[in-house]
Write a protein that binds this ligand. Structure first.
Ligand SMILES: Nc1ncnc2c1ncn2[C@@H]1O[C@H](COP(=O)(O)OP(=O)(O)OP(=O)(O)O)[C@@H](O)[C@H]1O
Length: 574
């Protein structure tokens, strides 16, 4: 695309290609926001408007520099995104898309009703851009700049996604519980990508102003916001190059349809919108990942180069001394409305212990687990870890203190490799953020994180599968992968929620072997489990729960001999 202007192609092609580059910039932000993180925004056109209006106003009305306008437009977009994001990004489900429609409309109406912005007539007479005295004009010169910026943005987003911050961003879509348990502030990353998408849109708007040289509110309306989303979804909403493909397909077919359809129907109108609606339904049904899935098939598959062998180890925390009090659960209580799911339960774990938490279905085991790990808030009671009260802390703060966990239903990122999923566990042990990732200043730390992830996979006997996609694994290896991920956090206490559930006999044996090995290395474990044989053969002590209360606590032999426990499991009176 960069050399296209040097070729003897008609000006019309150059214009089309320039539009595709500008649209792709906006769609790229949506790839990050909607495709990767699952946050649907209909309001991106408003951010394009911010960039365009800032450029036009500053250069036409104030005779200011276009480059200052670029920075100012991006700055205003950042502030607008921070304010709007702070209000709307905590919303979930359909509330977020609705909120984006609201602020998309509001920003557009603001542009259209401000006297100083020329109301519906907009602003005209925008000068052309000059670089080092060379006038870029509105044709081939500006086309080069548009594509330099678009390709640089694509490179930046590609690099971002393949980084510590990128893994955090990719973890948002599959629900925040796992990401937060790995120490990630999901809200912060939502805000980060919201700001990045807004800046990309604003830069596109800045280019648009110098390309069109006259602007009005129409190209920044809600309709255009929907079209940008359509481009991203059609191209392949979770692929960087899908943004370019989507922008190209939409722009080129839109132009053809605008000529063809009025001829066919015999009257003029925006009939292409109807066709796009039908196409979108068909694409969503037959290629939900967009058209890039077809194009991507012809590209060579690459595996990550293993370049981390010599990376220095990540810093590790001081480990508790064997026998030291580690976790003290003191009369914790959880009420869901009128239901007391956990009724003043107390127990203690010392360093080096493997403690089992068992009980019939609905006894309150998982709820207790979630109270300890900060996923749920306590109604009353206290939890102390290594002498420090952790009651009421969010789960990412608890993870920071050295408690890590797995989940009853495996939580992972299926389209990331096993290695990347495990490296997500090392999040808190790294520091690089989005900007360092885009500038590739994070590579030394990345090698350390991957070296640690491989070390943990070796520890659980899965190093040979590190390059496989996590979603392709059977349940047994997926559970082991979760344990490796939890170990990657360098925990002092590991909480495993039904690790043996759904495993075959051989897989259970392999898991028990891994857990025994962890114990021999001094790891402390709290285990919720239904499989009695598994628990009895592995634990030092067992806490038995029934109807939310602690029924008894003892060694596996004591628990096995207890008539009360037997009765609880058989459902008889005791
Ligand atoms: N978010 C919630 N809202 C309302 N009730 C809940 C919620 N979570 C759990 N409960 C209820 O609390 C009780 C304890 O549930 P919990 O999942 O902790 O039991 P469990 O011992 O882990 O069961 P299982 O072995 O079946 O996983 C159950 O009656 C359950 O229905």
């Amino acid at each position: 695309m960069l050399v296209l202007p040097a070729l003897p192609v008609p000006d019309f092609w150059i214009t089309q290609s320039a539009y595709i580059g500008m649209y792709a910039l906006v769609a790229l932000g949506l790839v990050l926001l909607t495709g990767v993180a699952g946050l649907t925004s209909f309001g991106q056109a408003a951010f394009v408007g911010i960039g365009a209006y800032t450029a036009a106003f500053l250069t036409v009305k104030m005779a200011g520099s276009p480059w200052v306008a670029l920075l100012l437009g991006a700055g205003i977009a950042v502030i607008a995104a921070l304010v709007l994001g702070a209000i709307t990004l905590r919303m979930s489900g359909h509330y977020l898309p609705l909120a984006t429609i609201c602020w998309g409309l509001a920003l557009n109406y603001t542009m259209a009703n401000m006297d100083f912005l020329g109301k519906y007539d907009g602003l005209s007479g925008v000068p052309t851009l000059k670089i080092f005295g060379t006038d870029l004009g509105t044709g081939r010169g500006l086309h080069v700049l548009i594509w330099v910026i678009a390709l640089a943005a694509a490179l930046g987003v590609t690099r971002l996604l393949d980084s510590r911050a990128g893994r955090a961003i990719r973890s948002i879509k599959s629900g925040v519980t796992m990401a937060e348990a790995m120490g990630i502030s999901t809200f912060r990353y939502k805000l980060d990508i919201f700001v990045i998408a807004a800046v990309l849109a604003s830069v596109s708007g800045w280019l648009f102003a110098f390309f069109q040289r006259t602007i009005n509110p129409t190209p920044f309306s809600l309709g255009k916001g929907i079209e940008y989303l359509f481009m991203a979804v059609l191209g392949g909403v979770s692929h960087v190059w899908g943004a370019f493909l989507g922008a190209a397909v939409v722009k080129l077919t839109e132009d053809q349809l605008q000529v063809l359809l009025p001829r066919l129907i015999g009257t003029s109108g925006n009939f292409e919108t109807i066709v796009f609606g039908i196409v979108l339904v068909v694409v969503l049904k037959y290629a939900p990942d967009g058209l890039w899935t077809f194009a991507g098939r012809f590209l060579p598959k690459t595996t990550r180069k293993r370049d981390w062998q010599d990376a220095p180890a990540l810093p590790a925390r001081d480990k508790p001394v064997h026998g030291e009090p580690l976790l003290q659960v003191d009369a914790v209580r959880k009420e869901f409305g009128g239901l007391v799911a956990v009724n003043d339960v107390s127990f203690e774990i010392r360093a080096g212990d493997i403690v089992g938490l068992i009980g019939p279905n609905g006894a309150g085991k998982s709820t207790t687990f979630n109270l300890v790990t900060g996923v749920l808030s306590l109604t009353s009671g206290a939890v102390r870890f290594r002498g420090e009260t952790i009651t009421g802390l969010p789960s990412r703060q608890i993870a920071r203190r050295g408690i890590s966990r797995t989940f009853q239903h495996v939580k992972m990122i299926p389209d990331m490799t096993v290695l990347e999923n495990v490296a997500l566990g090392g999040y808190l042990r790294g520091r690089s953020g989005a900007v360092r990732a885009m500038l590739r200043m994070d590579r030394a730390e990345e090698r350390q994180l991957f070296a640690e992830a491989e070390r943990q996979l070796t520890r659980i006997g899965m190093a040979d599968r590190m390059h496989e996609l996590a979603g392709n694994l059977a349940l047994g290896p997926q559970r082991l992968m979760e344990i490796a991920r939890a170990l990657c956090t360098d925990p002092s206490l590991l909480l495993l929620d039904e690790p043996a559930a759904g495993l075959r006999h051989k897989e259970k044996q392999a898991l028990a072997e891994v857990l025994r090995q962890l114990k021999s290395e001094g790891m402390s474990l709290l285990l919720v489990e239904h499989d009695m044989e598994f628990v009895m053969g592995l634990t030092d002590r067992i806490v038995v729960m029934e109807f939310g209360t602690r029924l008894m606590e003892g060694t596996p032999a004591e628990v096995q001999a207890s008539p009360a426990v037997r009765a609880a499991y058989l459902g008889t009176e005791h």
